[in-house]
Design a protein around this ligand. Structure first.
Ligand SMILES: Nc1ncnc2c1ncn2[C@@H]1O[C@H](COP(=O)(O)OP(=O)(O)OP(=O)(O)O)[C@@H](O)[C@H]1O
Ligand SMILES: [Mg+2]
Length: 438
Protein backbone atom coordinates (compact mmCIF):
# COMPACT_ATOMS: atom_id res chain seq x y z
CA UNK A 1 0.00 0.00 0.00
CA UNK A 2 1.32 3.48 -0.78
CA UNK A 3 0.79 6.70 1.19
CA UNK A 4 -2.49 7.52 -0.57
CA UNK A 5 -4.09 4.29 0.67
CA UNK A 6 -4.05 2.67 -2.76
CA UNK A 7 -3.64 -1.10 -2.86
CA UNK A 8 -3.01 -2.94 -6.12
CA UNK A 9 -3.28 -6.73 -6.34
CA UNK A 10 -2.04 -8.66 -9.37
CA UNK A 11 -2.66 -12.34 -10.07
CA UNK A 12 -0.08 -13.33 -12.68
CA UNK A 13 -1.80 -16.54 -13.78
CA UNK A 14 -0.88 -19.13 -16.40
CA UNK A 15 -3.66 -17.98 -18.72
CA UNK A 16 -4.28 -14.40 -17.65
CA UNK A 17 -3.07 -11.42 -15.65
CA UNK A 18 -5.78 -10.03 -13.39
CA UNK A 19 -5.12 -6.61 -11.84
CA UNK A 20 -7.21 -4.80 -9.27
CA UNK A 21 -6.74 -1.26 -7.92
CA UNK A 22 -8.43 -0.45 -4.63
CA UNK A 23 -8.48 2.40 -2.17
CA UNK A 24 -9.00 2.01 1.54
CA UNK A 25 -12.27 3.43 2.83
CA UNK A 26 -12.53 7.17 2.42
CA UNK A 27 -11.23 7.27 -1.15
CA UNK A 28 -13.52 7.37 -4.17
CA UNK A 29 -14.77 4.19 -5.75
CA UNK A 30 -17.80 2.29 -6.90
CA UNK A 31 -17.88 -0.76 -4.73
CA UNK A 32 -16.62 -2.24 -1.57
CA UNK A 33 -14.85 -5.43 -0.62
CA UNK A 34 -14.67 -6.49 2.96
CA UNK A 35 -12.46 -8.93 4.80
CA UNK A 36 -11.98 -9.11 8.54
CA UNK A 37 -13.54 -5.68 8.99
CA UNK A 38 -11.18 -3.85 6.67
CA UNK A 39 -12.80 -2.11 3.72
CA UNK A 40 -11.34 -1.32 0.35
CA UNK A 41 -13.14 0.28 -2.56
CA UNK A 42 -12.47 -1.20 -5.96
CA UNK A 43 -11.44 1.59 -8.33
CA UNK A 44 -10.71 -0.57 -11.37
CA UNK A 45 -9.99 -4.12 -12.47
CA UNK A 46 -8.81 -5.72 -15.71
CA UNK A 47 -8.03 -9.15 -17.10
CA UNK A 48 -5.51 -9.57 -19.91
CA UNK A 49 -4.47 -12.87 -21.56
CA UNK A 50 -0.94 -13.96 -20.67
CA UNK A 51 1.26 -16.44 -22.54
CA UNK A 52 4.38 -15.97 -20.50
CA UNK A 53 3.83 -18.70 -17.89
CA UNK A 54 3.81 -22.49 -17.89
CA UNK A 55 2.38 -24.33 -14.87
CA UNK A 56 2.56 -21.15 -12.80
CA UNK A 57 6.22 -20.43 -13.67
CA UNK A 58 7.46 -17.48 -15.69
CA UNK A 59 8.92 -18.99 -18.87
CA UNK A 60 8.83 -15.94 -21.12
CA UNK A 61 9.80 -12.75 -19.33
CA UNK A 62 8.89 -10.36 -22.16
CA UNK A 63 5.41 -11.86 -22.65
CA UNK A 64 4.76 -11.77 -18.91
CA UNK A 65 5.94 -8.17 -18.56
CA UNK A 66 3.81 -7.16 -21.54
CA UNK A 67 0.69 -8.72 -20.03
CA UNK A 68 1.31 -7.12 -16.61
CA UNK A 69 1.90 -3.74 -18.25
CA UNK A 70 -1.23 -4.09 -20.41
CA UNK A 71 -3.34 -4.91 -17.34
CA UNK A 72 -1.81 -1.97 -15.46
CA UNK A 73 -2.49 0.42 -18.35
CA UNK A 74 -6.16 -0.57 -18.31
CA UNK A 75 -6.65 -0.21 -14.55
CA UNK A 76 -4.61 2.98 -14.31
CA UNK A 77 -6.69 4.59 -17.05
CA UNK A 78 -9.98 3.55 -15.46
CA UNK A 79 -8.99 4.50 -11.93
CA UNK A 80 -7.08 7.65 -12.84
CA UNK A 81 -4.28 6.46 -10.57
CA UNK A 82 -0.62 5.75 -11.27
CA UNK A 83 0.38 2.46 -9.69
CA UNK A 84 3.77 2.44 -7.97
CA UNK A 85 3.70 -1.04 -6.46
CA UNK A 86 1.53 -4.12 -6.13
CA UNK A 87 0.96 -7.33 -4.16
CA UNK A 88 1.79 -10.25 -6.44
CA UNK A 89 0.63 -13.87 -6.24
CA UNK A 90 3.09 -16.76 -6.25
CA UNK A 91 2.51 -20.39 -7.16
CA UNK A 92 4.29 -23.24 -8.98
CA UNK A 93 5.59 -26.70 -8.19
CA UNK A 94 8.79 -25.15 -6.82
CA UNK A 95 6.84 -23.87 -3.80
CA UNK A 96 7.22 -26.15 -0.79
CA UNK A 97 5.65 -26.19 2.64
CA UNK A 98 6.38 -27.51 6.12
CA UNK A 99 5.00 -27.11 9.60
CA UNK A 100 7.82 -26.58 12.11
CA UNK A 101 8.14 -25.99 15.83
CA UNK A 102 10.66 -23.46 17.19
CA UNK A 103 11.52 -22.16 20.62
CA UNK A 104 11.11 -18.39 20.97
CA UNK A 105 14.06 -17.31 23.09
CA UNK A 106 13.35 -14.46 25.43
CA UNK A 107 9.58 -14.25 24.81
CA UNK A 108 7.69 -14.02 28.10
CA UNK A 109 10.87 -13.68 30.15
CA UNK A 110 9.77 -10.27 31.47
CA UNK A 111 6.10 -10.05 32.45
CA UNK A 112 3.33 -11.23 30.18
CA UNK A 113 3.80 -12.09 26.50
CA UNK A 114 3.29 -9.07 24.27
CA UNK A 115 2.37 -8.80 20.57
CA UNK A 116 5.62 -6.90 19.99
CA UNK A 117 7.69 -9.80 21.32
CA UNK A 118 5.85 -12.28 19.09
CA UNK A 119 6.28 -10.09 16.03
CA UNK A 120 9.98 -9.51 16.59
CA UNK A 121 10.91 -13.08 17.40
CA UNK A 122 10.47 -14.72 14.00
CA UNK A 123 12.02 -18.17 14.21
CA UNK A 124 12.38 -18.60 10.46
CA UNK A 125 14.82 -16.16 9.02
CA UNK A 126 16.94 -15.27 6.13
CA UNK A 127 19.98 -15.42 3.91
CA UNK A 128 21.51 -17.84 1.78
CA UNK A 129 20.88 -20.66 -0.50
CA UNK A 130 18.60 -21.32 -3.44
CA UNK A 131 15.37 -21.31 -1.40
CA UNK A 132 13.56 -18.12 -0.53
CA UNK A 133 11.08 -17.72 2.28
CA UNK A 134 7.64 -16.61 1.08
CA UNK A 135 5.48 -17.10 4.15
CA UNK A 136 5.92 -17.97 7.81
CA UNK A 137 2.49 -18.05 9.43
CA UNK A 138 2.11 -18.95 13.12
CA UNK A 139 -0.40 -21.75 13.68
CA UNK A 140 -0.36 -22.10 17.47
CA UNK A 141 1.86 -21.77 20.54
CA UNK A 142 3.05 -24.15 23.24
CA UNK A 143 3.49 -22.55 26.69
CA UNK A 144 5.43 -24.54 29.30
CA UNK A 145 4.55 -27.72 27.41
CA UNK A 146 0.85 -26.94 26.99
CA UNK A 147 0.08 -27.20 23.28
CA UNK A 148 -2.53 -25.61 21.01
CA UNK A 149 -2.67 -22.06 22.40
CA UNK A 150 -3.85 -19.84 19.58
CA UNK A 151 -3.07 -16.46 21.10
CA UNK A 152 -0.62 -16.32 23.99
CA UNK A 153 -0.68 -12.52 24.33
CA UNK A 154 -1.18 -11.52 27.97
CA UNK A 155 -0.12 -14.94 29.32
CA UNK A 156 2.88 -15.88 31.49
CA UNK A 157 5.32 -18.58 30.44
CA UNK A 158 8.91 -19.63 31.04
CA UNK A 159 9.08 -21.52 27.75
CA UNK A 160 7.34 -20.38 24.56
CA UNK A 161 7.34 -22.46 21.38
CA UNK A 162 5.59 -21.65 18.12
CA UNK A 163 4.27 -23.95 15.39
CA UNK A 164 4.63 -22.18 12.07
CA UNK A 165 3.45 -22.93 8.55
CA UNK A 166 6.37 -22.12 6.27
CA UNK A 167 6.44 -21.75 2.51
CA UNK A 168 9.67 -21.48 0.61
CA UNK A 169 10.16 -21.19 -3.12
CA UNK A 170 12.93 -21.50 -5.65
CA UNK A 171 14.89 -18.25 -5.50
CA UNK A 172 15.45 -18.06 -9.28
CA UNK A 173 11.77 -18.62 -10.06
CA UNK A 174 10.76 -15.83 -7.68
CA UNK A 175 13.41 -13.59 -9.19
CA UNK A 176 11.96 -14.11 -12.67
CA UNK A 177 8.47 -13.21 -11.45
CA UNK A 178 9.74 -10.14 -9.57
CA UNK A 179 11.77 -9.00 -12.57
CA UNK A 180 8.82 -9.45 -14.93
CA UNK A 181 6.75 -7.19 -12.65
CA UNK A 182 9.54 -4.63 -12.19
CA UNK A 183 10.11 -4.48 -15.94
CA UNK A 184 6.48 -3.45 -16.19
CA UNK A 185 7.42 -0.37 -14.17
CA UNK A 186 6.24 -1.12 -10.64
CA UNK A 187 7.72 -2.48 -7.39
CA UNK A 188 6.55 -5.58 -5.53
CA UNK A 189 4.89 -4.78 -2.17
CA UNK A 190 4.91 -8.45 -1.20
CA UNK A 191 4.70 -11.89 -2.75
CA UNK A 192 1.53 -13.60 -1.58
CA UNK A 193 1.00 -17.37 -1.64
CA UNK A 194 -1.75 -17.98 -4.19
CA UNK A 195 -3.32 -20.97 -2.41
CA UNK A 196 -3.57 -18.89 0.78
CA UNK A 197 -5.07 -16.00 -1.19
CA UNK A 198 -7.71 -18.21 -2.80
CA UNK A 199 -8.54 -19.66 0.62
CA UNK A 200 -9.05 -16.19 2.04
CA UNK A 201 -11.40 -15.11 -0.72
CA UNK A 202 -13.37 -18.30 -1.25
CA UNK A 203 -13.81 -19.90 2.16
CA UNK A 204 -15.95 -18.51 4.93
CA UNK A 205 -14.36 -17.81 8.30
CA UNK A 206 -16.42 -20.71 9.64
CA UNK A 207 -14.98 -23.09 7.03
CA UNK A 208 -11.45 -21.95 7.85
CA UNK A 209 -12.10 -22.52 11.54
CA UNK A 210 -13.77 -25.92 11.22
CA UNK A 211 -11.16 -27.21 8.77
CA UNK A 212 -11.53 -27.12 4.98
CA UNK A 213 -9.38 -27.92 1.99
CA UNK A 214 -9.49 -25.47 -0.91
CA UNK A 215 -8.31 -26.44 -4.39
CA UNK A 216 -7.88 -23.57 -6.88
CA UNK A 217 -7.98 -25.28 -10.27
CA UNK A 218 -6.32 -22.83 -12.63
CA UNK A 219 -4.99 -22.99 -16.15
CA UNK A 220 -1.57 -24.39 -15.25
CA UNK A 221 -1.72 -25.52 -11.64
CA UNK A 222 -4.02 -26.79 -8.95
CA UNK A 223 -3.18 -24.82 -5.80
CA UNK A 224 -4.15 -26.56 -2.57
CA UNK A 225 -4.53 -25.04 0.88
CA UNK A 226 -5.83 -26.62 4.08
CA UNK A 227 -7.14 -24.50 6.94
CA UNK A 228 -7.68 -25.71 10.50
CA UNK A 229 -8.59 -23.58 13.47
CA UNK A 230 -8.53 -20.54 11.18
CA UNK A 231 -4.86 -21.14 10.30
CA UNK A 232 -3.10 -22.63 7.30
CA UNK A 233 -1.95 -26.18 8.04
CA UNK A 234 -0.96 -27.23 4.53
CA UNK A 235 -0.21 -25.76 1.11
CA UNK A 236 0.66 -27.67 -2.04
CA UNK A 237 0.74 -27.28 -5.79
CA UNK A 238 0.02 -29.87 -8.48
CA UNK A 239 1.43 -28.58 -11.79
CA UNK A 240 -1.58 -29.55 -13.89
CA UNK A 241 -4.60 -27.41 -14.74
CA UNK A 242 -7.15 -26.58 -17.43
CA UNK A 243 -4.41 -26.15 -20.03
CA UNK A 244 -3.75 -29.92 -20.04
CA UNK A 245 -7.43 -30.62 -20.74
CA UNK A 246 -7.42 -28.29 -23.74
CA UNK A 247 -4.07 -29.60 -24.95
CA UNK A 248 -5.44 -33.11 -24.76
CA UNK A 249 -8.30 -32.19 -27.11
CA UNK A 250 -5.80 -30.55 -29.50
CA UNK A 251 -3.57 -33.62 -29.62
CA UNK A 252 -6.35 -36.16 -29.84
CA UNK A 253 -8.25 -34.50 -32.67
CA UNK A 254 -5.43 -32.49 -34.25
CA UNK A 255 -7.42 -29.28 -33.79
CA UNK A 256 -6.42 -25.67 -33.12
CA UNK A 257 -5.86 -24.60 -29.53
CA UNK A 258 -8.49 -21.85 -29.66
CA UNK A 259 -11.07 -24.19 -31.11
CA UNK A 260 -10.33 -26.89 -28.51
CA UNK A 261 -10.57 -24.32 -25.71
CA UNK A 262 -13.94 -23.14 -27.02
CA UNK A 263 -15.23 -26.72 -27.28
CA UNK A 264 -14.11 -27.48 -23.72
CA UNK A 265 -15.53 -24.33 -22.16
CA UNK A 266 -18.86 -24.38 -24.03
CA UNK A 267 -19.55 -28.09 -24.55
CA UNK A 268 -17.26 -29.87 -22.10
CA UNK A 269 -18.47 -32.29 -19.43
CA UNK A 270 -16.85 -35.08 -17.45
CA UNK A 271 -19.98 -37.27 -17.39
CA UNK A 272 -20.65 -38.76 -20.86
CA UNK A 273 -24.08 -40.03 -19.82
CA UNK A 274 -25.15 -36.46 -19.04
CA UNK A 275 -24.42 -35.38 -22.62
CA UNK A 276 -26.92 -35.61 -25.51
CA UNK A 277 -25.89 -38.68 -27.55
CA UNK A 278 -26.72 -36.90 -30.83
CA UNK A 279 -24.82 -33.70 -30.14
CA UNK A 280 -21.79 -32.89 -32.31
CA UNK A 281 -19.09 -30.31 -31.54
CA UNK A 282 -17.32 -28.64 -34.44
CA UNK A 283 -13.59 -27.83 -34.15
CA UNK A 284 -11.09 -26.34 -36.65
CA UNK A 285 -8.35 -28.68 -37.77
CA UNK A 286 -4.75 -27.59 -37.43
CA UNK A 287 -3.05 -26.43 -40.63
CA UNK A 288 -6.12 -27.14 -42.72
CA UNK A 289 -8.98 -24.78 -43.56
CA UNK A 290 -11.61 -27.26 -42.52
CA UNK A 291 -13.28 -28.50 -39.37
CA UNK A 292 -14.32 -31.80 -37.84
CA UNK A 293 -17.47 -32.69 -35.96
CA UNK A 294 -16.81 -34.70 -32.81
CA UNK A 295 -19.59 -36.34 -30.77
CA UNK A 296 -19.92 -34.36 -27.55
CA UNK A 297 -19.96 -37.67 -25.68
CA UNK A 298 -16.50 -38.56 -27.04
CA UNK A 299 -15.26 -35.20 -25.86
CA UNK A 300 -16.77 -35.93 -22.45
CA UNK A 301 -15.02 -39.34 -22.32
CA UNK A 302 -11.70 -37.66 -23.00
CA UNK A 303 -12.28 -34.92 -20.42
CA UNK A 304 -13.38 -37.53 -17.91
CA UNK A 305 -10.10 -39.43 -18.30
CA UNK A 306 -8.11 -36.26 -17.70
CA UNK A 307 -10.28 -35.32 -14.73
CA UNK A 308 -9.75 -38.76 -13.18
CA UNK A 309 -5.98 -38.46 -13.70
CA UNK A 310 -5.95 -35.04 -12.12
CA UNK A 311 -8.04 -36.24 -9.17
CA UNK A 312 -5.57 -39.10 -8.63
CA UNK A 313 -2.62 -36.70 -8.74
CA UNK A 314 -4.30 -34.50 -6.15
CA UNK A 315 -5.06 -37.53 -3.97
CA UNK A 316 -1.43 -38.66 -4.11
CA UNK A 317 -0.27 -35.13 -3.29
CA UNK A 318 -2.52 -35.07 -0.23
CA UNK A 319 -1.39 -38.53 0.86
CA UNK A 320 2.16 -37.16 0.91
CA UNK A 321 1.25 -34.46 3.43
CA UNK A 322 2.52 -34.85 6.99
CA UNK A 323 0.11 -36.45 9.47
CA UNK A 324 -2.42 -33.92 10.71
CA UNK A 325 -1.73 -31.34 7.99
CA UNK A 326 -4.75 -32.19 5.87
CA UNK A 327 -7.09 -34.33 7.97
CA UNK A 328 -10.36 -35.46 6.42
CA UNK A 329 -11.70 -32.00 5.78
CA UNK A 330 -14.31 -31.29 3.15
CA UNK A 331 -13.16 -29.74 -0.12
CA UNK A 332 -14.09 -26.49 -1.85
CA UNK A 333 -12.95 -26.08 -5.47
CA UNK A 334 -12.49 -22.81 -7.27
CA UNK A 335 -10.42 -21.40 -10.17
CA UNK A 336 -11.44 -21.35 -13.85
CA UNK A 337 -10.99 -25.09 -14.41
CA UNK A 338 -13.46 -25.89 -11.61
CA UNK A 339 -16.19 -24.67 -13.97
CA UNK A 340 -15.93 -27.83 -16.05
CA UNK A 341 -19.30 -29.54 -15.44
CA UNK A 342 -18.97 -32.79 -13.49
CA UNK A 343 -15.43 -32.24 -12.18
CA UNK A 344 -16.65 -31.75 -8.62
CA UNK A 345 -18.26 -35.23 -8.71
CA UNK A 346 -15.05 -36.83 -9.98
CA UNK A 347 -13.04 -35.18 -7.21
CA UNK A 348 -15.60 -36.23 -4.62
CA UNK A 349 -15.32 -39.84 -5.76
CA UNK A 350 -11.52 -39.98 -5.97
CA UNK A 351 -10.71 -37.90 -2.91
CA UNK A 352 -13.41 -39.54 -0.78
CA UNK A 353 -14.43 -36.15 0.61
CA UNK A 354 -17.43 -33.91 0.26
CA UNK A 355 -16.74 -31.38 -2.52
CA UNK A 356 -18.55 -28.14 -3.24
CA UNK A 357 -18.05 -25.56 -5.96
CA UNK A 358 -16.73 -22.30 -4.56
CA UNK A 359 -16.14 -18.77 -5.74
CA UNK A 360 -14.95 -15.61 -4.04
CA UNK A 361 -17.33 -14.83 -1.21
CA UNK A 362 -15.37 -11.83 0.01
CA UNK A 363 -16.31 -10.17 -3.21
CA UNK A 364 -17.42 -6.85 -4.50
CA UNK A 365 -20.79 -5.51 -3.47
CA UNK A 366 -23.23 -4.46 -6.14
CA UNK A 367 -21.65 -6.25 -9.08
CA UNK A 368 -21.32 -9.82 -10.33
CA UNK A 369 -18.27 -9.02 -12.41
CA UNK A 370 -15.75 -10.37 -9.96
CA UNK A 371 -17.75 -13.23 -8.52
CA UNK A 372 -16.41 -15.94 -10.85
CA UNK A 373 -14.01 -18.63 -9.57
CA UNK A 374 -11.18 -17.40 -11.82
CA UNK A 375 -11.03 -14.25 -9.63
CA UNK A 376 -10.47 -16.19 -6.41
CA UNK A 377 -6.73 -15.56 -6.28
CA UNK A 378 -6.82 -11.87 -7.25
CA UNK A 379 -9.49 -11.05 -4.70
CA UNK A 380 -7.66 -13.17 -2.14
CA UNK A 381 -4.45 -11.20 -2.69
CA UNK A 382 -6.50 -8.07 -2.02
CA UNK A 383 -8.10 -9.68 1.05
CA UNK A 384 -4.66 -10.53 2.39
CA UNK A 385 -3.26 -7.08 1.65
CA UNK A 386 -6.17 -5.23 3.25
CA UNK A 387 -6.81 -7.40 6.26
CA UNK A 388 -3.27 -8.51 7.06
CA UNK A 389 -4.53 -11.58 8.97
CA UNK A 390 -0.89 -12.28 9.58
CA UNK A 391 1.52 -9.57 10.62
CA UNK A 392 3.66 -7.96 7.95
CA UNK A 393 6.74 -9.28 9.67
CA UNK A 394 5.66 -12.80 8.77
CA UNK A 395 5.82 -12.14 5.08
CA UNK A 396 9.30 -12.12 3.80
CA UNK A 397 10.33 -10.03 0.87
CA UNK A 398 13.42 -11.28 -0.83
CA UNK A 399 14.58 -13.19 2.22
CA UNK A 400 15.84 -16.75 2.09
CA UNK A 401 16.37 -19.58 4.50
CA UNK A 402 19.67 -19.45 6.35
CA UNK A 403 22.39 -21.58 4.74
CA UNK A 404 21.95 -25.13 5.98
CA UNK A 405 18.62 -24.17 7.52
CA UNK A 406 16.46 -25.30 4.64
CA UNK A 407 14.08 -27.65 6.42
CA UNK A 408 14.41 -31.24 5.29
CA UNK A 409 10.73 -31.92 5.86
CA UNK A 410 9.58 -29.49 3.18
CA UNK A 411 6.76 -31.02 1.19
CA UNK A 412 7.64 -30.30 -2.43
CA UNK A 413 5.95 -31.83 -5.44
CA UNK A 414 9.09 -33.75 -6.27
CA UNK A 415 9.08 -35.69 -3.03
CA UNK A 416 7.12 -38.91 -2.82
CA UNK A 417 4.57 -37.91 -5.41
CA UNK A 418 7.12 -38.56 -8.16
CA UNK A 419 7.51 -42.17 -7.05
CA UNK A 420 3.78 -42.73 -6.75
CA UNK A 421 2.94 -40.99 -9.99
CA UNK A 422 5.10 -43.51 -11.81
CA UNK A 423 2.68 -46.19 -10.61
CA UNK A 424 -0.23 -44.41 -12.30
CA UNK A 425 -0.68 -45.06 -15.98
CA UNK A 426 -0.92 -41.43 -17.02
CA UNK A 427 -1.63 -40.23 -20.53
CA UNK A 428 1.61 -39.17 -22.29
CA UNK A 429 0.85 -35.44 -22.05
CA UNK A 430 -0.16 -35.61 -18.41
CA UNK A 431 3.02 -37.56 -17.67
CA UNK A 432 5.02 -34.89 -19.53
CA UNK A 433 3.46 -32.19 -17.35
CA UNK A 434 4.39 -34.08 -14.20
CA UNK A 435 7.93 -34.95 -15.26
CA UNK A 436 8.87 -31.32 -15.97
CA UNK A 437 7.44 -30.00 -12.74
CA UNK A 438 10.08 -27.41 -12.11
N1 LIG B 1 -16.52 -23.39 -18.23
C1 LIG B 1 -15.30 -23.90 -18.19
N2 LIG B 1 -15.13 -25.23 -18.36
C2 LIG B 1 -13.91 -25.77 -18.33
N3 LIG B 1 -12.76 -25.08 -18.12
C3 LIG B 1 -12.89 -23.74 -17.97
C4 LIG B 1 -14.13 -23.09 -17.98
N4 LIG B 1 -13.92 -21.76 -17.79
C5 LIG B 1 -12.58 -21.59 -17.65
N5 LIG B 1 -11.96 -22.78 -17.77
C6 LIG B 1 -10.52 -23.04 -17.71
O1 LIG B 1 -9.96 -22.40 -16.59
C7 LIG B 1 -8.57 -22.16 -16.84
C8 LIG B 1 -8.21 -20.76 -16.38
O2 LIG B 1 -8.49 -20.65 -15.02
P1 LIG B 1 -7.81 -19.49 -14.13
O3 LIG B 1 -8.12 -18.17 -14.74
O4 LIG B 1 -8.23 -19.73 -12.75
O5 LIG B 1 -6.27 -19.85 -14.37
P2 LIG B 1 -4.96 -18.97 -14.15
O6 LIG B 1 -5.09 -18.21 -12.90
O7 LIG B 1 -4.65 -18.21 -15.38
O8 LIG B 1 -3.84 -20.12 -14.02
P3 LIG B 1 -2.97 -20.65 -12.77
O9 LIG B 1 -3.71 -20.28 -11.53
O10 LIG B 1 -2.90 -22.12 -12.98
O11 LIG B 1 -1.64 -19.99 -12.90
C9 LIG B 1 -8.36 -22.35 -18.35
O12 LIG B 1 -7.66 -23.55 -18.58
C10 LIG B 1 -9.78 -22.43 -18.89
O13 LIG B 1 -9.87 -23.26 -20.01
MG1 LIG C 1 -4.75 -18.75 -10.88
Amino acid sequence: MNESGIITAIDVGTTKVFALITALDGETGSSVSRQAGVRAKVLAHATVPCRGLMRGNVEDMAETTMAVRAALDLVEDEAGVKVASAYIGVTGAHVACENRRDHLDGVGSIGVITPQELNTETPVSSSGDDRQLVLAMPISYTLDGEEGIRNPVGMHSRSVEVDTHVNTADRDRLQLLTEAVRNAGIEVDALVMEPLASGLSSLTADERNRGTLLIDMGGGTCDIVAFRGGKVSYTGVVPVGGYQFTNDICLTYNVEQESAEHAKVHHGHTEPAAVDAEKLVSMSLQDRPTSIAVPARDLARLLRERAVELAQLIRIKLEDAEPGQVGSAKVVITGGASELPGIADILQRYLGRRVRLGAPTQTVAGTDELSGPAHATGLGILAWATSQPISASNVCRGRAMRGGETPNRLTGIGEGIGRQVRKLRLSPWMAAAMSSQQ
